[in-house]
Design a protein around this ligand. Structure first.
Ligand code: FAD
Length: 159
């Protein structure tokens, strides 16, 4: 089994897209991530997985908190920007939630304190205890097979 095959298989799992945000010394940093999962209801815990080469790793280790911004169908550009796929610098105006920078227009903003971290292979899993959240009724941005998708009536299987 090679890396390409593994990536291809994992890409068959359709997900939403998030931007993880945090702040160190008053400077906001964002990173696109789809390795995000709800872990526990009591207490309210979630997990994210951050690669060893991502700048975000050291930022979260320092700040000990982060927010998960679940992107709307209108926010593909944010996903590309915070994945480093748009090369030119862009000015982003962040909102605030629980003293963290969050993205305006995200369909959910979930602010967390890090309560645990586990290094597994080339990624670190951060367990976040949810301290505040905000939800909007908008359609999500989706990611499947390495491509962005949207949840339109034509593409859904509900009929
Ligand atoms: P950088 O590469 O330094 O920053 C990323 C980009 O965000 C840069 O272009 C930077 O200019 C911009 N940026 C950061 N902060 C700001 C700011 N305040 N204002 C304006 N621009 C800013 N990687 C993982 O580790 N885990 C995952 O779960 C994961 N899922 C992914 C899902 C998708 C759909 C995609 C496309 C990528 C995913 N990645 C994931 C890869 C990850 O997004 C990239 O490797 C990313 O570039 C790593 O970010 P970084 O922290 O190293 O920061």
């Amino acid at each position: 089994m090679d890396d390409r095959q593994f990536r291809q298989a994992m890409g068959k799992f359709a997900t939403g897209v998030t931007v993880i945000t945090t702040e160190v010394d008053g400077e906001a940093h964002g990173m696109t991530a789809n390795a995000f999962m709800s872990v526990s209801l009591v207490p309210k815990l979630i997990v994210i997985s951050v690669g060893e080469r991502a700048q975000m790793l050291e930022k979260i280790k320092q700040s000990k908190k982060f927010a998960v911004n679940i992107l709307s169908g209108e926010q593909q550009e944010y996903s590309m920007l915070f994945a480093g796929q748009i090369k030119e610098k862009r000015e982003v105006n962040f909102d605030r939630l629980a003293d963290l920078p969050v993205l305006t227009g995200a369909i959910a903003q979930v602010a967390c304190e890090v309560v645990n971290e586990h290094v597994e292979g080339d990624h670190t899993l951060f367990i976040g205890k949810v301290i505040d959240l905000q939800v909007e009724e908008e359609e999500p941005l989706l990611f499947f097979n390495g491509k962005y998708r949207s949840l339109t009536p034509e593409e859904s299987f509900s009929k």
